[in-house]
Design a protein around this ligand. Structure first.
Ligand SMILES: [Zn+2]
Length: 358
């Protein structure tokens, strides 16, 4: 049992992917001791994920006061081109419905390649301008672990998921990070939380350089890369970093429901492995490596576990505005009814609309 078990903790980066996982969500919440969870909706992927935003609404209505939701942009609206997607309009509609922020996966090499839109493309300018003016928080996935670009190092597991970027058709990691610097140069006050530590856990210097260049950005602690083994290469230097940037590091797991941590004990163990890294210094095995943790003090942990998320996003999850949420779900329903994923998506949208009306 952690000596910091009483410290409030919010999972700032979770994925709720199917209405069938509603009970699992509650199981994870209780088993891991989360005061709240932020579901990062992956509507930007399109296809079967198009309904993710509706699922965000579903979780908020099912677990009132315990769920934050970051909505995803839609890039595949029937009849729309990248110029007519009205991204600012999409943001306004999501925020009116009760979303707490925006989740972007547009910087993941697979989606970045498929959409063909550089992250600094002028198509995003009005959108970034709105986010900056309104200080709307974004959980932004940019790049991936470096070994995904390395033909000798990319693993079978990554290959199976289509995550080996060695054929020359994907933007490089450096290119993606350059695109971020470019748009931040135009919109420096954007309130961005970069997922997976911006894939900068390989170098304290790189992480520090980026943090110092853009004072409003934060990193989240979702594993999803060799994050903890990489930190463990230089625990003293990283401990200093975590203390220095204690206001800009956000806890998150990247767990999903329904998912492989369906079982509460597994979810608790996974979360325990992350917490142990932050709270203690004795070596232990986890995340496919031997870890050496940081042993952070209580005030720093309080910020990382919940304080920073609450300051950046909001002290409490926003409430759903039922008429606005209904409008959004009806629009989704109309768009997907004839599509190839209708069989999977339509019942979930109908379930969400029924709960909105209840
Ligand atoms: Zn994620």
């Amino acid at each position: 049992m952690s000596e910091f078990a009483d410290v409030p903790i919010i999972d700032g980066h979770f994925h709720f992917r199917d209405a069938a996982g509603l009970d699992d969500l509650g199981v994870v919440m209780e088993a891991a001791g989360f005061d709240a969870i932020n579901t990062a909706c992956l509507s930007s992927i399109g296809g079967a994920s198009t309904a993710d935003n509706a699922l965000g609404i579903l979780t908020k209505l099912t677990y009132p006061g315990r769920m934050y939701a970051f909505g995803g942009l839609r890039h595949d609206m029937p009849g729309a081109t990248k110029e007519t997607l009205d991204l600012p309009g999409q943001v306004r509609a999501m925020m009116a419905a009760g979303f707490d922020g925006i989740k972007m996966l547009e910087g993941k090499p697979t989606l970045r390649k498929r959409l063909g839109i550089p992250l600094d493309d002028p198509v995003y300018d009005d959108y970034y301008a709105l986010l900056e003016t309104e200080q709307i928080p974004v959980v932004y996935h940019v790049a991936d672990p470096a070994y995904f670009w390395d033909p000798d190092a990319c693993t079978e597991a990554a290959k199976k998921r289509g995550w080996c970027y060695t054929d020359g058709t994907y933007p490089s990691k450096a290119q993606l990070h350059q695109e971020v610097d470019n748009f931040l140069g135009r919109f420096p006050k954007l309130r961005l939380i970069f997922a997976h530590f911006y894939f900068h856990a390989y170098s304290v210097d790189a992480a520090r350089k980026f943090m110092d260049a853009w004072e409003n950005v934060s990193f989240d602690l979702t594993p999803g890369s060799p994050l903890y083994p990489q930190f463990s290469q230089a625990p003293e230097a990283w401990r200093k970093f975590f203390i220095e940037y204690q206001d800009r590091i956000v806890f998150g797991t990247d767990l999903s429901a329904p998912g492989w941590h369906r079982d509460g004990a597994q979810a608790a163990e996974f979360v325990g492995d992350i917490r142990r890294f932050l709270e203690t210094t004795e070596p232990y095995e986890a995340f496919h490596g031997e870890l050496r943790g940081l042993g952070l003090d209580r005030p720093v942990l309080e910020k990382i576990y919940a304080g920073n998320f609450r300051r950046i996003v909001g002290a409490k999850p926003k409430e759903i505005n039922r008429p606005a949420a209904r409008t959004m779900c009806e629009r989704l329903l109309e768009d997907v009814r004839q599509g190839e994923h209708a069989e999977k998506i339509v019942p979930q949208l109908e379930q969400t609309i029924a709960l909105i009306d209840a």
